[in-house]
Design a binder for this molecule. Structure first.
Ligand code: C5P
Length: 300
């Protein structure tokens, strides 16, 4: 019988995100740099006697067959085309939902990775990346991990050297969720700002912390803030609060999460404590390198 597997599914932040234009298929061409962080969901796979899979989630609003974890299981088993051992999948949710932190995509990537091992399929990473792209635009990045420049719809990956270690203060306005399609729909294209992502990629390639710090001094490093900030006062207020604490904030993905890279642990932990006291959902995280996936899998 297959052994149980525990796997972490880390969140991501967009260190920069430029929306270049709308494509014929309705998606948008992007140029973005994504960074995995320590805040993670956890997936536990255990054997069960009956064939097929059953899925449990600690967050009731995410239970059910439409969860990307179940869609990943369905896609992988269709691709395998044979009888597979029964598996019970439990998702312990920690990453805020619909917050721009890539939680659902990371869960899907972790499910592909762990089921590939649980079922002994031996699909290559290349194959999993291909399947991941069918599940969601951010899934290929989540399979790869670390620090990556992401282009096209999200399927073109240019791995970068690991970002020098930073603490990451992440916060989400209490009770706020944003639908990614709705944010993209409300973006006025044609006169949107296009942050020069290649400048940041250059700074990361050179490991130049001063230039990386300067990047976050820009008014906006994420085109999607133009769609979110005018319509969503709590996100603008949260960015303002970060600045009051001396941090340089950016919105991640389609929001509403806001984050800042911080070099000092005491500065980061004091900021998180203040935010929590004010009723904001806040997390003290850190950057994780690309080999996190290897270390994040445990057979028990
Ligand atoms: O690919 P995924 O299902 O995660 O994307 C969610 C939504 O985000 C899409 O339906 C689309 O509205 C928007 N999106 C986009 N362009 C991208 C990625 C996502 O328009 N490159």
């Amino acid at each position: 019988m297959a052994r149980s597997i525990i796997i972490k599914a880390p969140a991501k932040v967009n260190l920069g995100l430029a929306v270049l234009g709308r494509r014929a298929d309705g998606y948008h061409d992007l140029n973005s740099i994504m960074q995995q962080i320590s805040l993670s969901d956890t997936l536990v796979l255990t054997p069960r006697l009956r064939q097929g899979w059953e899925f449990f989630c600690t967050e009731p609003s995410l239970a059910g067959e439409s969860n990307l974890v179940c869609r990943a299981a369905a896609l992988l088993s269709r691709e395998a085309g044979c009888r597979l051992p029964g598996v019970r999948i439990t998702l312990f949710k920690q990453i805020p939902v619909e917050a721009g932190l890539g939680g659902g995509s990371s869960d899907a990537a972790a499910a592909l990775f762990a089921l590939n091992r649980f079922w002994g399929l031996n699909f290559t990473l290349h194959k999993l990346l291909d399947l991941g792209a069918q599940l969601g635009s951010d899934v290929p990045f989540c399979l790869y991990g670390g620090t990556v420049q992401v282009m096209g719809r999200g399927e073109i990956l240019e791995p970068l050297p690991p970002l020098p270690f930073h603490w990451v203060v992440v916060a989400v306005p209490a009770g706020l969720r944003l639908s990614t399609p709705a944010v993209y729909r409300s973006l006025v294209l044609g006169r949107q700002s296009v942050p020069p992502i290649n400048d940041l990629a250059g700074a990361i390639k050179e490991g130049d912390c001063a230039r990386i710090g300067l990047w976050f001094q820009r008014e906006s490093v994420n085109t999607l803030e133009e769609a979110v900030l005018p319509a969503c006062a709590p996100v603008a207020a949260l960015k303002h609060r970060f600045k009051e604490m001396g941090l340089s904030p950016a919105m991640s993905g389609s929001g509403p999460s806001v984050f800042a890279l911080v070099e000092s642990y005491s500065v980061a932990s004091m900021a998180v404590r203040s935010l929590l006291e004010e009723g904001t959902r806040a997390f003290l995280c850190w950057t994780v390198p690309g080999n996190f996936r290897k270390d994040g899998v445990e057979n028990v």
